[in-house]
Design a protein around this ligand. Structure first.
Ligand code: IVH
Length: 712
């Protein structure tokens, strides 16, 4: 590399952000550009024999890449330089779609949350006399330590391991079978007998603390970056393209759940764990059957007290309803089962000095204060930023620049400032003055009565808001456009190349290629990434619009209800009339309240938003919502159903959950679009209206048989 290139490089990137300060999006973007840059230098060195940079600079690039990967192992790219030897790229992992989604768990932090969970289960079954144990709070619950590792799924066909996959986003993971085969605790053949022909055993891959420390020592000794915690180390170890590396890491596996099974193999969770043990899996020996909430809480206290003596890290305990028939009836909400909950341990804390408060501007203009801290390790992770939430929070805690503060981390959540250590307050520290102007565009920042956030009034002229909206638009759960990170979006916005989402799809590769830092190849790669997203699911599309309060889960509800962009748009315009059927229809969606509906309708009331949406819809194809495969076979799939009156055999919430699990839309009011009305005792006016509209009326027995339950 010539001296001038070297100095240019240094001038262009004066402040490489510390790896610990990177957000996930920034890390993803940087890993993408590092992969490209290193690949280019590999080619220059190996193929063209014309290196442009010094060995030291090349090493610095690779080190930066490894450091970011160690902190964000989930972001390790299939084309990562750490997985390639010289210029020969290795193939990545194939994607695997889970036949049943891998769910996550609701969290409980306080005892009361656990009591609420038990009460919720009791309530769910409250109308049925059969579950006397539930009613008496003697419900059987399997309690298990919650291991801080990585969940995976192992499919066995005729007793032989056929596929091992990571959880990924719960729907799609990666095929890491070869790597999983290197674990002693993953049987190649199931032992014993009685296993179903097809069975997918799920559980956690983890590293014991001793193995984790040894691995880090080894890495430090050879100049490699260390992993922040055992979970990251497990993830990094499992996502190696060379399974010989995985084999050297002492990974272990505990079985605790399952997905698809071609035949039933247990009646309770406890029995299922016993089967897993018979078949040759490790099952956590600390798992225990508890009866009622008090026994469960006693188990938690016992495990919490012994936590440090366990050979592996745990971050709480998991409670699961033991009876599988009850589990089935409870079903799931959003992405988590209603029959399980995780009680997390309280957060870990440390003290450090608050150096400064920086203000971030969000996509709706809210000003969020962020604490810039003297770096400190909390529970094994270096923390240098923490959220301060809002103006009131700063005032309430009287946090001042220069103060020593207590910082805490709980699981994966962003670090928080708990309190100020007043004894250590410097004499010159003054109360913090929250800015009343946007630090980015200079517009007035106002606080509406009753709102906690101060918002920038700059709207469309505020670069921060525009960039944040676009960043959300291209982010992973929205359009998921790789290689278009904050840095590029900011630059494109400032130069007027992208002002609204539709502009992304009209970018000119020739213009991009000529920009500083870009070339033909990188411009072409970006175009490919953009083109790959021209067909998009309705739920991602809705999520991407950035409507206040409408995130992934609500976007899914809306997509499921309206099914096509055209239908949704039409209904939202009709719903501007407060007395319309369309308004009632929106409010009938379970999970959408008045407040959220107001934000959705507010979005459509704004002509600018409609224009942006139409412009975008002209560039992309929004796919109609498709009900998940197993639901379409149900007679209720896609049907709209209303329950009225009192049912004998199940509570209203169970009936609703059951109908939704079978793919139906459950609404609260009858309209011409209602397919069925299920009338229990004392049905009232809804049944009359349904009869007038010619809606099919079902009694409880007919409903039960339609729902696949034996009536009687
Ligand atoms: S059960 C449907 N049991 O916690 C329930 N999860 O927060 C599936 N985890 O993704 C999970 N120990 O990675 C279950 N004994 C345990 C667990 C456990 C750790 C993890 C797992 C899951 C996450 C959910």
């Amino acid at each position: 590399m010539s001296a001038s290139t070297a100095s240019r490089r240094r001038r262009e990137e004066p402040e490489l952000r510390p790896v610990d300060a990177l957000t996930e999006d920034e890390a993803r973007t940087e890993l993408a550009s590092l992969a490209q840059e290193i690949k280019r230098h590999d080619r220059l060195y190996y193929t063209d024999a014309a290196p442009e940079i010094s060995d030291a600079d090349y090493d610095a690039l690779r080190r930066r890449n490894t450091d970011i990967e160690a902190r964000f192992p989930e972001l390790i790219r299939t084309d990562s330089p750490t997985r390639r030897v010289g210029a020969a790229p290795a193939a990545g992992f194939a994607k695997v779609t889970h036949s049943r989604p891998m769910l996550s768990l609701e969290n409980a932090f306080e005892e009361q949350d656990v009591r609420d969970f038990f009460a919720g289960v009791r309530n769910f079954f409250r109308r049925t006399s059969t579950e006397a144990l539930v009613a008496e709070d003697k419900i059987e619950i399997m309690a298990e330590p919650k291991i801080d590792g990585l969940s995976i799924a192992l499919s066995y066909r005729n007793g032989r391991l056929a596929l091992g996959a990571t959880r990924g986003d719960g729907t799609t993971g990666e095929n890491v079978t070869t790597n999983l085969r290197t674990l002693d605790t993953v049987p190649e053949m199931l032992a014993g007998e009685g296993w179903p022909e097809l069975i997918e055993v799920r559980g956690e891959v983890y590293l014991e603390r001793a193995g984790f420390f040894a691995l880090n020592e080894e890495r430090a000794a050879s100049g490699e970056s260390v992993f922040a915690n055992p979970r990251n180390a497990s993830a990094g170890s499992l996502r190696q393209l060379d399974s010989a590396i995985t084999a050297r890491r002492p990974l272990k596996f505990f079985a605790y759940a399952w997905g698809e099974a071609s035949a039933p193999f247990a009646r309770t969770h406890e029995e299922a764990l016993a089967r897993f043990r018979d078949w040759g899996f490790s099952v956590n020996p600390r798992s225990r059957l508890c009866r009622g909430v008090d026994e469960a809480l006693a188990y938690y206290r016992e495990i919490a007290a012994e936590r440090a003596e366990l050979p592996y890290d745990i971050d709480g305990v998991v409670y699961k309803v033991n009876d599988l028939a009850l589990q089935e009836r409870l079903g799931m909400v959003s992405r988590a089962p209603r029959w399980a909950v995780a009680q997390k341990f309280p957060a870990q804390q440390a003290q450090t000095v608050l150096r400064d408060i920086s203000i971030q501007v969000g996509r709706q203009g809210s000003l969020t204060p962020v604490a810039m801290l003297e770096p400190i390790t909390v529970g094994g992770v270096v923390v240098q930023r923490a959220t301060l939430h809002n103006e009131d929070e700063i005032q309430r805690k009287d946090v001042r620049i220069g103060d020593t503060v207590v910082v805490q981390r709980a699981g994966d959540v962003i670090p928080q400032i708990v309190s100020v250590v007043l004894d250590r307050r410097p004499k010159e520290a003054v109360p913090y003055q929250f800015p009343d102007h946007c630090p980015i565009c200079g517009s007035l920042a106002m606080r509406e009565p009753g709102q906690v956030a101060r918002r920038c009034t700059g709207g469309l002229i505020c670069a921060a808001q525009a960039v944040e909206r676009l960043r959300h638009f291209v982010s992973r759960h929205c359009f998921d456009i790789e290689g278009l990170g904050e840095k590029h979006i900011t630059a494109f916005w400032q130069d007027g190349l992208i002002r609204q989402p539709g502009d992304i799809f009209r970018l000119d590769p020739e213009v991009i290629a000529k920009r500083e830092g870009w070339g033909e190849l990188s411009a072409r790669n970006l175009m490919t990434a953009i083109d790959e997203r021209r067909r998009i699911s309705l739920e991602r599309f809705i999520n991407a619009l950035g409507i206040p309060q409408v995130g992934e889960a609500t976007a899914r509800l809306l997509a499921r209800h309206y099914r096509s962009l055209a239908a949704w748009r039409r209904e939202m315009e009709a719903a501007q009339d407060p007395d319309s059927e369309a308004r009632a229809g929106l409010l009938d969606i379970h999970g959408i309240g008045e407040d959220m509906a107001a934000d959705i309708l507010g979005f459509f009331a704004e002509p600018h938003n409609r224009a942006v949406l139409d412009d975008l819809a002209g560039e992309v194809t929004v796919l109609d919502y498709e009900a998940p495969a197993q639901r379409t076979a149900s007679p209720l799939a896609g049907k709209t159903i209303v329950f009225t009156g009192t049912l004998e055999r199940m509570s209203r919430s169970e009936a609703k959950a059951r109908a939704e699990a079978l793919g139906a839309n459950v609404t609260g009011s009858v309209s011409a679009k209602t397919d069925y009305i299920v009338a229990g005792a004392d049905p009232g006016s809804k049944a009359t209206k349904a009869a007038a509209l010619g809606v099919t009326l079902l009694d409880e027995a007919a409903w039960l048989s339609l729902a696949g339950e034996a009536a009687g």
